[in-house]
Design a protein. Sequence first.
Lengths: 101, 159
Amino acid sequence: MEAVPYPLRIPEEILTLAKLRAKEEYVDQSTAIRQLLYLGAEEYILHLVESGRLSIGKAAELLHLSIQDVQRLAVKHGVRLGPTMAQQKKSAEVLHRLSRK
Amino acid sequence: MRIFVLDADAAIKLAKAAMLDHLVSFASCAMAKQAYDEAMRGKEKMYEDAFAIEKLAENGRIRLSAVEVEREEGLGLGECATLALFRKMKADAIISDDRRFLSLLEGQEIPFMTSGDSIVLLARKRKISIVAADEALEAIRYLIREEQYQFAKRMIGGK
């Protein structure tokens, strides 16, 4: 994932958190901030997929992960991805039609 | 023979449930090359489902086709290519579980089936036993919505 510079004002508390993470994970502070941003992005994207605003394929593209990784991530975050009840009913109609053929 | 076009997510789930092999024996299954490539990224982390899909494609049991793609907002390249391939092949249905993708298909009145319902179809057509269908659903239960799982369970039971 390509990183680009971006001016950002960070709350002191977040910076303290980043310092703590940097110490615990043996990374520099900038890396720790990026990691925290990425963790937030993961969860946000999963909710966009769950609500049907993004597809799982698009989520994989944005996070630079495989589809399998996104499936695992959803499990890890307790997010269940799948169709709406209305979509499930439409799927069942196709199933009935194909079952009869 | 029925023709299905699968997106990467559905192919992965059906491979995890050990149902992809049965599905390709029952119907002509195709994947857009772009969707296949998405599934193949799983090989980097040794996901077994990716190797199972690759084997079926190498044996020609899953047909791969590179299609020109028109990007749709909110969809990945693989899903856009899956839609393009469906139109090109005039298939019976797209197999997908993705809410965003399915809403686009609904809007365009394109027939689709979820991965769970494709397992039900195999059971109804007696290509697999009810026990095998139950086991397959159980194998992917953690990846699908509970309602989707319960719905498929009821359908297998003939309700």
